[in-house]
Structures are given as C-alpha cells and as structure tokens.
Design a protein around this ligand. Structure first.
Ligand code: PA5
Length: 407
C-alpha cells in the first residue's frame, strides 16, 4: 500500500503534541478542492485526450512543447522520469521553453518539420516568450507551405484567452486548463497529460497514483507527508531558510526543477519563504555536500531514494582498481553513497525527510507531484501566505511588455 515511504528526522517538538498539531492543520486546511484547487485535476477528461491524440500519435514522431514555467516544467519532469534523458526510438518530446535565440536557431535548422506536432501551452494565453516562439513557428510553417495547420497544432490554455481564440481560428484541437488551477499546480491537467499521452505515459496511471495518495493522506490521521511538512515548518521557524531536494536519480533532476518553481513562486511572498535548492545524488556529493555538512545549519534536507532503478549492472568479480567493488551491483554502490550522505548529515544532527519509492512508475510520479503540491499548500498556510498568486513575477512581466511597447 502507498507509493511513497517516509523517514523523517529533526523534529524538535514534543511528540505528544504532534498529533494535536497535525489534526489542527487538517481541520483548518481541509484537503479538498476548495482549499487546494489543484485537486480539481481529477475531473480531467482523459478519454477526450486519448481520442484526440490517437491521430497525432499515428501521424507524428515528435511533439515540440511550446510553454514556460508551470506550462513546461511539469511535463519535462514526467518525460524525463519515465523515459530518462536519452530516449532512443519511438515518439519524443522536445521543449521550446526559453526564449534563447541560439536554441531557436538550432531547432529551426534541425527540426523535422513534417514529422512534428506543436503543442502550445499557456494558461494566460499571452505569455511573451511562449507567444513569440509560437509566432515564429507558425510563420515558418506557413513559409514552408504547410496548409493543414489544424492537424499540426494542439493548444492548451484558459478559456477565452488569445490562445483559445487562435485555436478556434485555426480549427485546431483545444484543451482547457481549469480556471481555478494556477500554472505551477497544473501538471496533472491537460498541461501534463496531453504530451504524456503522446509518448505513451498513461494519464490514468499518473492521476491514479495521485488520487490514491490523496485518499491515503485524508484517511491516515498522522500521515507522514503531513509530519514532514510540519517538521519543515518548525525548522523554517528555527531559521532554516533553505530547503534542499536531492533525488538519488538522474531521471528525477527535472522533478526537482519543477519543485523549485512550485516552492519558490508559491511561498516567496511578504518577506517570507524558504529558498529551494535542487541537488542530485550522487553527483552533488562531490560538490554541495561539503557545504551541507560543514557549512551553516540553515537547511532542511529532502531526499528521494529509489529502491530499484528498473535495471542493474553487476561489476566483474575481479576489478582492475578498487577490489572491494568486485561483484557488487551499481545499485549497491548508489545506495552505499546515499547512506554515506544521510549518515554524515545525521551525525551533524541536520533535519531531513527521505521519501523512498520502490521504482519510478507513472503512478509513483503522480503520487510525488500531489504530495509536493499538498505540502506547498500546507506550508503556505503555516507561514501565512497565499500560495496561488505570483505578484512579483507579474511586475517583471509587465515591465518587459512595456519596454517592448505593449501593455
Ligand atoms: O505558476 C505560474 O502561474 C507561472 O509560473 C506560469 O506557469 C508561467 O508564468 C507561464 O504562464 P502561462 O502558462 O500563462 O504562459
């Protein structure tokens, strides 16, 4: 039962009062659609996604996802978690996220235009970067003589946005992002599910894992995900202003990027917030770990450990160098490195939470997404900020538009 297992340490709090505190959190911030609008994702019409995508899956090898922030990071995280960094063969996703002229140039040079569908994602339907790139792509397609644009574009946006209107003009498929769900909380809506379906990652499995996990959190009085966020809060109040997320898996690097946006943009308000710091095991044992162990005690650590990596290798019995690794599996080495990090931090009494997953599956990824979204909503509630706006970001967006002569 349960896709995620927890190990939490560093709660300097009377355990007798813990149950009282968690019950209070659950009472004041009930886990429902009203308090956590992202839970409306479970109403997504997956059948429509599957039906619409059937033709695109037959006709195209590539999907270029045009979007930024919450309209890109979540699907990048799903894709890399399930298919890894180096998917060979089959349909692929590419991400046109940053408005970097060199990247755009490379894509324009190398894209197999006739084998590619473009999925434009923007909740507001008017984000400067996304709309600029989309215009370039549209123009280039027309220049190359493509007439059937409705067969080559999919749009995902809010209702009645400029992007929604364009989808109608082109008569291209459109999926709506529910009004109540903000960008960084939208990964389990069509934003993440449409591109997932294109590369055979089952939306039902992603949503199923998330749904089971929500039910579990509601059912269990002292669910460890709630204990972990409460622990994180107590440590934040004690001056630990940095939160580290360190999965021991290359496939989960993008998951950390998704979480960075979620944690930073949702909590960084009114002079409050905890700075998210992504790291990856084992690579950052040769970099950040020195700071973690010997630097200031200003961080809360979160690890994600995989019980199984889905594949394994055995080293030869007799190795050329380092005799002791002979006959060991690669997983054994990763796990030993993980224990090294955790034990050295525990020796320094650093607070932490480890989440263990049996192995990466769409269900487990769905569970991870929903847990981190719920944790964010609860942390916001505890520190007293509204997790759903981003007034700071909006100021920057407005200034950039004005500098270009827009409003
Ligand atoms: O979380 C958010 O709302 C933002 O980070 C957005 O995802 C980001 O600014 C992109 O906005 P949009 O989806 O409207 O293009």
């Amino acid at each position: 039962m349960g896709y995620l297992k927890y190990d939490i340490s560093g709660l300097n709090f009377n355990p007798n009062n813990l149950e009282k505190e968690i019950t209070k959190i659950k009472k004041t911030l009930e886990i429902n659609k009203k308090n956590m609008p992202f839970l409306s994702c479970f109403s997504t019409r997956v059948k429509k996604i599957k039906e619409t995508l059937r033709r695109f899956k037959m006709d195209f090898d590539n999907m270029f996802v045009i979007g930024i922030g919450g309209s890109s990071l979540g699907i990048q995280a799903i894709y890399e978690a399930i298919h890894g960094k180096y998917k060979i063969g089959g349909r692929k996703l590419y991400f046109l996220e940053n408005i970097d002229p060199f990247n755009i140039h490379q894509i324009f040079q190398n894209a197999p235009w006739d084998r590619t569908v473009y999925c434009v994602i923007s909740k507001s339907g008017k984000t400067l970067e996304t709309i600029s790139i989309m215009n370039l792509v549209l123009h280039e397609m027309k220049r190359r003589g493509f007439r059937d644009l409705n067969r080559r574009f999919i749009f995902i946006s809010g209702e009645n946005t400029p992007l929604h209107k364009l989808s109608k003009e082109l008569n291209a498929p459109f999926f709506q992002i529910p009004k109540s769900i903000g960008g960084r909380f939208s990964v389990l809506t069509p934003v993440g599910l449409v591109p997932s379906e294109f590369v055979d990652i089952d939306p039902y499995a992603l949503l199923g894992g998330a749904m089971e996990t929500v039910e579990e959190i509601i059912r269990e009085p002292l669910h460890p995900s709630l204990v972990s966020v409460f622990t994180q809060y107590i440590n934040y109040k004690d001056g630990r202003n940095i939160a580290v997320l360190m999965p021991y898996s290359d496939s989960l690097r993008k998951f950390s990027d998704w979480w960075v946006q979620l944690w930073a943009e949702s909590l960084g308000k009114d002079g409050k917030g905890q700075t998210p710091l992504p790291a990856v095991g084992t690579v950052d044992q040769h970099s950040l770990l020195q700071l973690f162990i010997d630097g200031p005690d200003d961080k809360f650590y979160q690890f994600i450990k995989l019980k199984s990596y889905g594949s394994n290798f055995v080293l030869p019995e007799k190795t050329e160098i380092l005799d002791f690794i002979g006959g060991k599996t690669v997983s054994e080495i990763v796990h030993a490195e993980f224990e090294g990090t955790v034990e050295s931090l525990k020796m320094k009494k650093r607070p932490m939470c480890t989440i263990e997953i049996d192995r990466i599956t769409p269900e487990a990824i769905g569970a991870l997404f929903i847990v981190f979204m719920i944790k964010t909503a609860i942390m916001a509630h505890l520190i007293g900020v509204n997790p759903y706006g981003q007034p700071g970001v909006e100021i920057g967006k407005k200034i950039a538009k004005e500098k270009l002569g827009g409003s």
